[in-house]
Ligand binder design. Structure first.
Ligand SMILES: Nc1ncnc2c1ncn2[C@@H]1O[C@H](COP(=O)(O)OP(=O)(O)OP(=O)(O)O)[C@@H](O)[C@H]1O
Ligand SMILES: O=P(O)(O)OC[C@H]1O[C@](O)(CO)[C@@H](O)[C@@H]1O
Length: 552
């Protein structure tokens, strides 16, 4: 007999797992066994064959650990009638050799002749893996500690079936549906009146505060949301969640591959891009991988990826601040130093909160200059912060004309890369709702006691913006078109490449406006869990329980 060399260290051991799958076998009253050349496997004596353990309704398994330099072990599978084990059915074909020293998984068929005319075909997986003494020790410890099915603390265990381990699949699925049907999704937490207007949570205008201008205006702006809460019903008489309420239940979704990038001009439907990116590139296995990628990006990424300005573009009430706030949170979570500069906050501090629509007229020279001035101040603050080590700055304003965007591009020249993110929304119902929300919440209307007059003024402001609005057609950009409704939206991208821009595209395409529960399911205790092994694709230890947690 040949002796194979170990690929691992001298004292490595070999873990062997043999799995057999056959839905028909369960009904046959036959028990699968393994026997082979080694004395531990019965030395080809069927009466000493090793029984396989039932791991699931149609799966049987047997695993063991062999010493590192064992002789090649030949084995075969056989079926023994449960009642009378003297009559065995040995699988057809040659012996199965089990070499030593490699990590591999092999899938083959096993054929058992039940009668002259009836054969039973089973699938057989043989998995071998070299284990270090540490693996073995950990595995043994876990085995000792976890002989009883473990319970996940702090989450709800849903008991599927307490009496038996063998169930058929349909039974299992119907049990799960029932439990989920009964599950009550928690309601959105009531944020109360202490919630702050999203734009006010952005960076404080340090260039203005340093000049001695009192920040009192800001404090005024930090008034609780919904100035009309006592006098007005919510839009359409329904409760419309505020941005902050929505944020409370948003969970950032996972992130995509660092390689995701579309360098050319493209238009993609949201459904396509989701499928494309998820199917081809997959999701990272763990948060740790994301963090590592972010660190690597900061250390080794190309220069333009390290300093990035995202310039929001869009008519008023198109979700720019909303998008900027979410992006900020996401990029920070990835590990990138990110700050959100809202030009409205600068404008309110410099020019007060009571500007009427007139101030925003495209032909109001002073108004345009005043707005350009505060936009430049915000940009300067952002660039200074970047020189101090900041990585991603978000410039949140309408930036609705080409000349404004040119000004910003000139300021950033040679210092950082600029990407425009334009939010476009043509859905009149959404716009009407957004406008009313803005009037309810914006510090611009905090002193306006007549809600409808506030709405009229904001609509007038919007009309002025529409007259001069020039959609982005220059530089690197991402256009989010009607993404708010959740279906049929489009994401257009132009000249976007690199790790971080790729992440941003991926995030924006997966952004959602409506709060939704996210159900995380946890599999029941697997055989690998019991052995203390991470990863793998082993069978469940039993189908007794399944735990799931709700994350909001
Ligand atoms: N992509 C989107 N399209 C349309 N509406 C959106 C989008 N994203 C968020 N919204 C909604 O738009 C509303 C207004 O958002 P936000 O204050 O961010 O607008 P804005 O464009 O920054 O407005 P302004 O320029 O007047 O400050 C939010 O309540 C949010 O629900
Ligand atoms: O100066 P821009 O580009 O119009 O953008 C800033 C303005 O956008 C707005 O958000 C439009 O409503 C104002 O709050 C702010 O003053």
């Amino acid at each position: 007999m040949a002796t194979a060399a170990s690929s691992g260290g001298v004292s490595d051991h070999q873990y062997v797992s043999v799995k057999l799958e056959s839905p028909r076998l369960a009904a046959l009253d036959l028990a699968p066994h393994l026997f082979g050349s080694h004395p531990a496997a019965g030395s080809w004596d069927p009466t000493k064959a090793l029984p396989m353990e039932r791991a699931a309704a149609a799966i049987w398994e047997l695993s063991c650990v062999l010493p590192s330099r064992h002789e090649t072990l030949d084995f075969k599978l056989l079926l023994k009638p449960k009642a009378d084990s003297s009559e065995c059915i040995v699988e057809e074909g040659p012996n199965r050799p089990l070499g030593c020293g490699s990590n591999q998984v092999e899938m083959t068929d096993a054929v058992f002749k039940l009668t002259e005319k009836d054969s039973l075909e089973c699938k057989v997986w043989v998995e071998t893996e070299m284990l270090s003494p540490f693996d073995l020790a950990a595995s043994w410890k876990a085995h000792q500690e976890n002989l009883q099915p473990s319970r996940v603390r702090g989450t709800y265990d849903v008991v599927m079936n307490t009496e038996t381990e063998a169930r058929d699949e349909n039974d299992f699925a119907s049990g799960l549906e029932l439990d989920l049907e009964k599950y009550v999704v928690p309601t959105t937490p009531n944020m109360g009146s202490g919630v702050v207007y999203a734009a006010n949570l952005t960076e404080n205008p340090r260039s203005l505060l340093d000049t001695g201008i009192s920040p009192n205006n800001l404090i005024k702006g930090d008034a609780p949301l919904n100035h009309y809460a006592n006098t007005k019903k919510d839009v359409d008489g329904r409760h419309t969640p505020s941005q902050e309420e929505q944020k409370a239940v948003f969970v950032d979704r996972g992130v995509g591959s660092p390689r995701f990038a579309r360098p050319t001009n493209e238009t993609v439907s949201t459904s396509n891009i989701k499928q494309d990116s998820e199917a081809k590139l997959g999701m990272p296995a763990a948060e740790g991988a994301v963090a590592a990628a972010a660190v690597a990006d900061q250390m080794y990424g190309p220069k333009e990826d390290r300093k990035l300005v995202i310039v929001l573009v869009g008519l008023p009430a198109r979700g720019k601040t909303f998008t900027a706030a979410k992006l900020t949170r996401y990029l920070r979570w990835l590990g990138h130093e990110t700050k959100h500069f809202n030009v409205g906050k600068y404008r309110r501090l410099k020019h007060g909160t009571n500007q009427t629509a007139d101030f925003f007229r495209g032909d109001n020279k002073e108004g345009v200059e005043a707005r350009n001035e505060v936009a430049a101040l915000a940009m300067e603050d952002m660039l200074s912060w970047m020189e101090e080590g900041g990585q991603v700055g978000i410039c949140d304003a309408t930036n609705s004309t080409r000349s404004r965007r040119n000004m910003l591009m000139k300021m950033a020249e040679g210092k950082c890369k600029i990407i425009f993110v334009e939010t476009i929304c043509n859905d009149q119902d959404v716009l009407e709702r957004n406008i009313r929300l803005k009037v309810q919440q914006s510090p611009d209307y905090a002193e306006q006691t007549d809600f409808e007059a506030g709405v009229r003024d904001f609509k007038e402001r919007l009309a002025y913006y529409e007259k001069v609005y020039e959609p982005v057609d220059e530089g690197s950009y991402i256009k989010m078109i009607d993404m708010v409704s959740g279906n049929g939206g489009q994401l257009q991208i132009n000249n976007i490449s690199g790790y971080l821009p790729g992440r941003i595209v991926f995030f924006l395409v997966n952004c959602h406006l409506t709060p939704r529960p996210i159900l995380l399911t946890r599999h029941g205790e697997s055989l690998d869990n019991v052995r203390g092994r991470i990863g793998g694709d082993s069978s469940l230890r039993s189908l007794i329980s399944l735990s799931y947690s709700l994350v909001v």
